[in-house]
Structures are given as C-alpha cells and as structure tokens.
Design a protein around this ligand. Structure first.
Ligand SMILES: [Ca+2]
Length: 511
C-alpha cells in the first residue's frame, strides 16, 4: 500500500499546516528509505536547531522542500576525506574540532583547496570522486577534500534536498575551522558539487563570503527550480560561479534531473544541455529504486547517463590537451548550427581551466563517448540535378592538412534527399584536421520494400563545411557530380556559394 500525503498529513498538530509530500509514489516505503532515514515531517513555521550549525526554519525562502527540514548532523555524519600528492589513493580523515587530524595529515595550508561534493543517492567514496581527485592532483599540487554526506543523500528525495542546508553549513563550519587552525584564506577554496551537491556548495557560499569559485555540475532541478537564491546555487555564493548543464529536460521519472536555468556567472550547455549524445533514455528512477530494493549501495551506475555526463566532461577537462571551446549563444541559434565562431571575443574553455572573467551562457558540441572533447564541423550539401528523390545514407569524411576524420553519416530520413534542396549534418572530430583540403563522400541507398524505387546515386551541386576554427572551412562546387557507392572527392575551391559556381562540366575525381 502506498503512503500518501493525506495519510501523513494527519500527523501535524493543530494549527500546523502540513505541506510535505513525496515526489515519487511510495509503493514500498522501506525500499525508498522511509524507515531508514526517518524523514522529518515538516510543517510550515517549524524550526529545528543543531549544535554548532545553528537553526533551520522551513519558512520562506526555505519553503522549496515543501516543509521538509534538515536531519540532525549526528544522523548524517558528514565526513571530510583528504587526498594530496602524498596520498593520492588512500584518503585521510579530517575532523572538525580535532586539530591533530589536520596537523598529522598531509594538509598544506599554502596550497589551493578543492572540495568535491556528491549529490542524491551517492556517497563520498564513489569512483568518480576518487578519479576527479587523482586527475586534479596529476595536474597541480593541491589539497583535494571529498565530502561524504551519503547518509543524508538517500531517499526520500525531499529529505535529501532539505539536508543540503545542514551539510552546506557543516562545510562552512569546516572551512572556518581550517581558517582558525591553519590560517587558510577564502580565496584558496574551489567547491565542486554535482546535482544536490551543487546546492550544498551554494549554502556553504552563503555562509562563507569570498569563496574563490564554485563549480556546479548539473545542479539538481526538483524543488530548486525557481527557488530563492538563499536556497539554491546562485552567482552571489562565490567570487566566481560556473555551471555545466547536461540533463535539463523537465523533471520526470525517466530523466531531466538537472536544471536548465542559468545559475552562475558562466553557464555551459554541452550539446544544448538537455540530453547528451550516446545516452539512452534510461529509466533512472527505476534503476535506483531497483538498487535500493536489492540493498545495493549507491555507485556510479545509479546516476543517469545525461546527469552524470557533467562530471565526466569536467574530469576530462582537467588534463585534456583538447579544449572544450564554447560559444556565446542561445539554444535556438545553437540548434540551427549558428554560433560556431569566436569573433571579437575570446571563446571560453568549459571546465577546470575556465577563465574566471567569463560571463554569460555558452554552448558547445561534444563526442558521444570518451574522449568527449573534439572539433565541431557542420557539413552542408546542396543536391544537384538531375536527381530522383532517394532515401539512404551519405557517408562523409574530411581530409585536412593535419589528418583525416573517420566517416560520419548524413541520413535522408523519411523526407528523402531531393534535387535543389539542402541538408546539414554535424560531426565532432576527435582529431584536429587543420586546413581542410577535401570532402569525400559515398552514398548507400536504403534497401527494403519501403524504399522501393529509391535511386542508388545522388547529385552534388555544392558542399560547404564550417567549423569553430576559421582555417577549417571549405567550399566546393559540385558541378552535379554523381555520387554512388565509391568515394568521390570535392576539393576546396574559391567559390563560396552555389550561385558563384561557373556552369561547366564536373571536374571532381574518384578517390
Ligand atoms: Ca545561494
């Protein structure tokens, strides 16, 4: 039998309006951690107070968790795990109010301090956190501190969302402790939070002014979208706040766990920020519910693909030679293949090495699998004549001074390729191709009864390739060259549009 808000609503006393309700239908309360976590049944106007971190009310602006109040820190048991170049694999525990835990550790107060904060149904020991720590330490000599608030990050979601406030306060207390014992300054701190962890970092920044940087990795949307800045990550939480959005569809039980709204000084939207290439539309809530039902501890597998992509893009950016170059744009223009050039301003590199003077919203493309960083090319084909409508796949590769790309595909879809029409496809090359010399392509017509009558060749009127680096553009007159199953090359020419092409016989050649 499911637990409903009406049933638990009666638990509120007279004059206290119950507002807590679950985002998910709890058919099995134990499976969702109801009995494990002992969620606080909040009523508006309530306040709860804890030793050292203070009091928390559920009045506005903190009514975004529908009345749920944070759990006692003694239940959450937040811990801090230090990694340094002296201990890259095995962490050392740092404890608030335990000075020897600091002095006997490898903590170096003269180095930058990176604090990594996990999100919902995660803990501080998951592989991505250890990997991020290793990558940071490979790049530079720092203190990397992983926060583990796993006991407060489980189901039900609303309780975990409310707990972000007390965990953020504990991290603020931890920073004050380090400030007192080791004379660290706030400009040494860079907080990196994923999902609910991004809002934890925001709460810390609310309490500690002057933090150098907060990076939000796909900050959680449910109960934080439209919330007051006191209750969520926002630009006032640090000197510089940057955000990577990777899973911004409207929240439902399938996907869309991240927030699409800009939250920082600089907001990045890889592949549009809604869904990530290479990600199946996995039933994420079903996945983690199954894990909890079976008593499996949260792992990276209990993160949805698009939601976790923000983590992997950020990790890759730490030591990647390839820059995640991003372009100032809006969503519609980006989807139309615009915003691919850095004109009068420098295009920022998303991720770890981001220039802190970056301001605005930026878009970029990535590969569907590791390594994600690459160079984006938009290939536009104008079909010539004579040519019959045809359904199939145009296989394209690019040849540049520095190398040749793999083949990528332009699909006709149900509309078919037709003469005197234009089609554009996007390709992210892991290889830098340099100045483009030639586009090579061959055509495979679709087979099967549905494509009866589909012709085996196409005709090319004009080919244009644009990219984020100006030297890698190409224009080529096709002169109605016929393309079939063998590669045909179209070399870079001086005519920049079909209208400019002279009327003469095709002079392309087979390769
Ligand atoms: Ca805030």
């Amino acid at each position: 039998m499911g637990i409903t808000s009406d049933m638990v609503g009666s638990l509120c006393g007279e004059g206290c309006h119950f507002v807590w309700r679950s985002t998910v239908v709890m058919e099995n309360s134990h499976a969702f951690g109801w009995s494990r976590a002992g969620p606080h049944r909040g009523c508006l106007g309530e306040t709860t107070c804890f030793f050292k971190v203070g009091c928390f009310s559920n009045d506005p602006p903190f009514n975004n968790t529908e009345g749920a109040l944070p759990l006692d820190p003694s239940f959450i048991q937040t811990t801090f795990h230090l990694y340094t170049r002296h201990n890259r694999d095995i962490s050392q525990n740092l404890a608030i109010s335990n000075i020897t835990s600091i002095t006997r550790s490898h903590f170096n107060a003269h180095l930058p301090i990176k604090i990594i904060i996990h999100g919902f149904v995660q803990n501080g020991r998951v592989e991505w956190i250890r990997n991020m720590a290793r990558q940071i330490l490979h790049k530079e000599d720092t203190n990397v501190i992983a926060v583990d608030w796993g006991k407060g990050a489980g189901f039900p979601y609303l309780q975990a969302a409310a707990n972000t406030r007390v965990v953020g306060a504990e991290i603020a207390a931890f920073i004050s402790f380090l400030h007192t014992t080791s004379a660290t300054s706030h400009n040494q701190y860079h907080l990196i939070g994923h999902s609910l962890g991004a809002h934890v970092a925001g709460t810390t920044g609310q309490r500690v002014t002057g933090l150098e940087r907060i990076t939000g990795l796909d900050p959680a949307e449910p109960n934080f979208k439209g919330a007051s800045i006191e209750a969520r990550l926002d630009p006032t939480d640090a000197v510089f706040v940057d955000v990577i959005h990777t899973d911004g569809t409207e929240f439902n039980e399938i996907s869309g766990y991240g927030m699409l709204d800009p939250l920082g000084h600089a907001d990045f939207y890889p592949n549009g920020g809604v869904n990530q290439p290479g990600c199946p539309s996995d039933d994420w809530f079903g996945l983690i519910r199954s894990a909890y039902d079976n008593g499996v501890e949260a792992t990276e597998d209990t993160l949805s693909c698009s939601h976790s992509r923000s983590i992997y893009l950020f990790i890759e950016s730490i030591n990647s030679v390839c820059q995640f170059t991003a372009f100032r744009c809006d969503r519609e223009s980006f989807q139309n293949g615009e915003c691919v050039h850095c004109s009068d301003e420098k295009c920022p590199s998303m991720g770890y090495h981001l220039d802190k003077s970056s301001r605005g919203t930026f878009y970029l493309n990535t590969s569907p699998s590791k390594p994600f960083c690459g160079y984006t090319y938009y290939v536009t084909v104008h079909f010539g004549h004579p040519m019959s409508p045809t359904r199939g796949t145009l296989n394209i590769r690019l040849l540049g001074l520095s190398g040749m790309s793999s083949y990528f595909q332009m699909e006709s879809g149900n509309t078919r390729f037709q003469r005197n029409t234009t089609s554009t496809t996007k390709f992210v090359s892991r290889l830098y191709l340099g100045r483009l010399l030639q586009v090579q392509m061959h055509y495979n017509s679709a087979s099967g009864w549905f494509s009866w009558g589909s012709r085996a060749t196409i005709s090319i009127g004009f080919v244009a390739v644009t990219s984020s680096h100006l030297e890698s553009t190409l224009h080529s007159c096709g002169y109605n060259q016929v393309v079939g199953k063998s590669d045909v090359g179209f070399s870079a020419g001086s005519y920049t549009s079909l209208a400019d092409c002279p009327s003469r016989v095709a002079q392309t050649y087979a390769v």
